[in-house]
Design a protein around this ligand. Sequence first.
Ligand SMILES: [Zn+2]
Length: 433
Amino acid sequence: MIKRIIKYLFLIIGILLSLLLIILFTPGIWHRLVTYPRYEKEVAELAILRREPANQINLNSYRGVMHVHSYLSHDSRGTIDDIIPAAKKDGIDFIFLTDHPNGDIDTLPKGYHGYFDGILIESGTEKQGFCTWPLGPTVIDWKSDKDSIAKNIVSNGGIIFYAHSEEPHNWITPYYQGMEIYNFHTDTKDQSPLPILFDVLVNGNKYRHWALRQFFNPQTPILAHWDSLNSSRKIVGFSAIDAHENQNIRARYLPDGRIQWVGNNAHNIDTMEVKFWNKWLFSAPDKSGWVFKLLIDTYETGFNYVTNYVLADTLSTSSLSKNMKQGHLFIAFKSLGDAKGFQFFGTNAKDSIMGILGDSIKLESLKNLKAVSPLPGQFKLIHNGKTVSTSAEKDYEFNFSNKIEKGTYRIEMSLRLQGKLIPWLYTNPIYVY
Ligand SMILES: [Zn+2]
């Protein structure tokens, strides 16, 4: 009798476990076989429609990622050997790092500065809800209050932008020059990560970018807040990938020959002897020494997910930072399509350019607002937070010559993919005064 009960109990547990596995893994398998190959095909078809617009604005366009963490942060192990190959693969020109500080005096001088295999890196810091790149010899004393830190950075020529715009901030502090209008980490907070984790387990390596894009939601409240802030002062919008390459399980050899396991947020899980029963898990070490990697997020996927395009004279910290502060910047979800070549500007009656995104233009001298895109999509012109003009769905150019008023004008562009219009690109506004 007892034997029979135990037998049935095992049977039921077995069936329930199998059902659970089917529920957890079926969506990922379906995506791998059907959905993601279709997405890949659509994106490839869209890329064929690319038309390089003539450069009308006398500045070059540089692709960059901002708000990125390396091993100098407590929650990342990323080194230059992980970061640079990823950036190379994604066509990234510059990386503005934001490592969490260590102790009361900032670690910036220890961070990466300069060109690495042609990619420009500038060190910065994320703490207390802001991202900062002091750009010079400024030493941040974390014992002083936030406003004093911000004032000190700005008066020494540095950059300070609000990070994590979903969190409460003292939004009226005048020193902050910008804010995140998209942060991948922010975007992950509004849904359960579990189904996506299983999707990545099935699709990682080949379709990780699509699996992680399931987190995407338009950041409508943040954009509305940005518009309202811009009605009273200039606040530059930028995108943050907040990449740490730390949602992973990895292992590497210690000098004493034991294996160290590292888990989520770069925490040490365990250190153990290598025995016959675990040796088969390990392969030859990569450049950072990892002999085992089960990756959820990677720098490579992150850098291609959302990208800042800065319009600047040269690929140098001075030119990039100057133009960032001016708002000569737009953001795009690059895995859907590369936005290099996109331009948004205002012209006068003689068709001369009076200013570009981020600039202020006098109402009397402004006749048209124009935008050109390398990929066909739908342009939306947003005036003081309200959509005032929408183009057809597959346009390369946008021209607005209706009555232009004072206030901010910015462009949002969407691409027709997956049977719907998907947000792709957001510009900084032109300020009409
Ligand atoms: Zn961060």
